[in-house]
Design a protein around this ligand. Sequence first.
Ligand code: 649
Length: 596
Amino acid sequence: MDRSAGWARTSLPTSLPEILEYRAARPPRTAFRFLPDGTSDEAVEWTYQDLAEHAGRIAADLLDRELTGRRVVLALDPGLHYVAALFGIFRAGATAVPSFPPTGKRAVARFASIIEDCAPDVIIADTRLESRVGQFEAELPESVARPRWIFVDDAYFEETGAAADRRPPRLADPALLQYTSGSTGNPKGIVLTHDNLVSNCVTLEENMGYEPDRVGCTWLPPYHDMGLMGTLLLAVHGGWPLVLLSPAHFVQQPYRWLKALTDHKVTISVGPNFAFDLCTSSVTDEELETLDLSRLRQVFCGSEPVSRATLDRFRERFGPRGYTETSLIPCYGLAEATLYVSGKRSGTEVRTRLLDKEALERGFVRAGDPLGTDATTRIISCGAVAVGHEVLIVDPESRRPVGDGRVGEVWVHGPNVAAGYLGRPGLTAETFTARLADDARPPSGSEQTYLRTGDLGFLLDGELHITGRLKDLVVIAGRNLYPQDVEQSVRESHGKLRGTAVFSRPGEAGEELVVVAEYRGTARQLAAEGGAVLDAVIAAVTADHGVRPADVHFGPVGAIPMTTSGKVRRDATRKAYAQGTLKKLALATDDKPLSA
Ligand code: 649
């Protein structure tokens, strides 16, 4: 079955589906290697031809149904079928909406809200979901049109049938609708064009440079920007093989990731900060012996603050197995900019800035004590801004760029910036086409517009540093507390504390600090050691940040709302706390107010 004969090329390939066809027409090479059980024992390998053929099957189906220009939701498990369906949708000229199988209460609710928001024509799901469709559709409001389903499995992909051919997509056509991982009730779909997808790859490749023996590995969810634009699409664009394991296999046993890096001689990989901690804390001495990380030359680390302490622990544990910190690439980005905004240059050292904590809380960047006392904070540089992009640090209120050495909101201009949110012109204008104050136009042109990221940071030596999120800032007595710093103090104050979220609440004398912490144990255990845990938290926060919490709320593990990519949802936690719906273990201190 050859459905990949495809488009006659008269110029260099540009859009991703054209690039796949181009690679499929050349001598066979491995595109993907999937590890179905998370180990290398049953690895399944696909060449570009395999991928193009499987994608062709989906494309034929979509074209038969005349779905060019329509939206198609991808509700498959992570794996090869996911990639095939994605490229099939591109080839048919439809818009892919990357999602996940709607199983489990929370996933169903989120999935239903996405369907409601983007009104797709079709959902592509695994055959095993067929019996559950009725159940799922019962969750959809009456007013929402029922999409059709295409159920796929291995047998589906074996069927032949020629794809009616169509012209390649135009670069300005929408390719993908990326939902932000934010709240369930309020999904925002970011419209990405083929141009955005290609531009993101090109800017990352400029950072990564060329390596003849490049092999990638990822376990990131394919429905998030970092897993999708950062790994699957990037690998096809660049033409190097990518080893895939599922997020669940990684989380159950983080060792599998490191073992895959070892087994497949991986040179490039990626993970958020938490993944590095998970590896350090869970890999056993025996497992450690089996690892060889010496071929790993580039490991991207982004999506949440990169912690110096995390990197130190990781280096200490895995340095003896060939890991070198030069390979680590702290990077920053967001789905509204397709993905990539900045990253460390390959081959350079990770830069850690020791800064004066109090100055930073007032928005000033000042060198701290080089020996790193309690009065200093360590911020890791997220490197240089992507080629062809401009980052400005702006005062969010006056909309004027702040001076050198000041913290402000990160504004981005460039081809990675997406077109906007689907069906939300107001929010799109506010977020994607912000302008500086009239008297503060940038040197590069008066009508330039910017993406407002909502992140706080500063530029130093041309490198971007992220300090927090505007919305999450806790302002107490005129000082800006960065919640993630306070959360780190809380976590490190006691061995049984897991997730934490801090925010402020109105008090009699202004805003006061609230700490929510998940306790890994039963209510009875907490009650037994209650006083000690509470004292540890209060002592740590007071010592590290000079503010005494007005309330410490202990909840069970899982009490704190998280995004689907594992970020703390502080605002949602604050709301649940205020409404009294946040899960609580017996010892919560607002029962008996803390004495000063
Ligand atoms: C951020 C995505 C950063 C995100 C990643 C480049 C195999 C192996 C490697 C490979 C290819 C194949 O979180 C991604 C760039 C990856 C190249 C991989 O190459 N997007 S999001 O929309 O879900 O969230 C955005 C928010 O996350 C926070 C910010 O608040 C941002 O608005 N964030 C960070 N916060 C602090 N520090 C950072 N470095 C942050 N990065 C993202």
